[in-house]
Write a protein that binds this ligand. Structure first.
Ligand code: FMN
Length: 173
């Protein structure tokens, strides 16, 4: 069966918790979790998978979580080829204090991996969210799954379930 890699960067553990929940939706022998801080060495780690879930919280003013910074710079130099890979994005943000750049890191990941040839799936309608601006909105939808544990933690489980339900048409069970 095709294998799935889940790679996440998380500073305070929120995106990590989401990643740990996501693993639970797939067979444990097909799905492997990677913390970008400890487990990621180079893009070959990702390229061994045909299906990837990539997670980053948003920091600074709409930037990727710290552990994604160097890899994204390396990506520009090394130009790994993600053609034929199916990728979905997820990540934590704060639509209150940081509603000017809500989960914008997902937009940065989207641009990088789309440029690298990946097929991106798992868009999420914006209707259920309140925010001013997000670099992660393209054609009226989020390019991945936004989670806001600060303002809307009661919605997290349902958001994850709906997202996984939508992903099942693209991802192996
Ligand atoms: C200094 C600072 C800057 C932040 N910038 C943003 C931002 O631009 N956009 C956003 O959606 N959230 C922003 N956040 C909120 C974090 O993304 C949020 O706390 C998230 O849950 C952290 O997830 P993590 O523990 O996985 O890193 C910021 C938080 C802090 C403390």
């Amino acid at each position: 069966m095709a294998k799935i890699g889940i790679f996440y960067g998380s500073t305070a553990g929120v995106t990590e918790e989401i990643a740990e929940k996501l693993v639970g939706y797939f067979d444990e022998d097909v799905c492997t979790l990677y913390n970008m801080e400890d487990d990621f060495d180079d893009f070959d780690d990702m390229l061994q998978y045909d299906y990837l879930l990539l997670g980053s919280s948003t920091w600074g003013s709409g930037e990727v979580q710290n552990d994604w910074r160097d890899p994204l710079v390396d990506m520009e130099d090394e130009k790994p080829d993600f053609t034929g890979k199916t990728i979905a994005f997820f990540g934590a943000g704060d639509c209150g204090t940081h509603g000017e750049n809500f989960v914008s890191a997902l937009g940065i990941l989207y641009d990088s991996f789309k440029e690298a040839g990946a097929t991106i799936v798992g868009e999420v309608p914006t209707d259920d969210y309140t925010f001013n601006y997000s670099f992660a909105v393209r054609d009226g939808k989020f390019v991945g799954l936004p989670i806001d544990e600060i303002n809307e933690s009661e919605k997290t489980d349902e958001r994850i379930e709906n997202w996984i339900e939508n992903l099942r048409q693209y991802f192996p069970q």
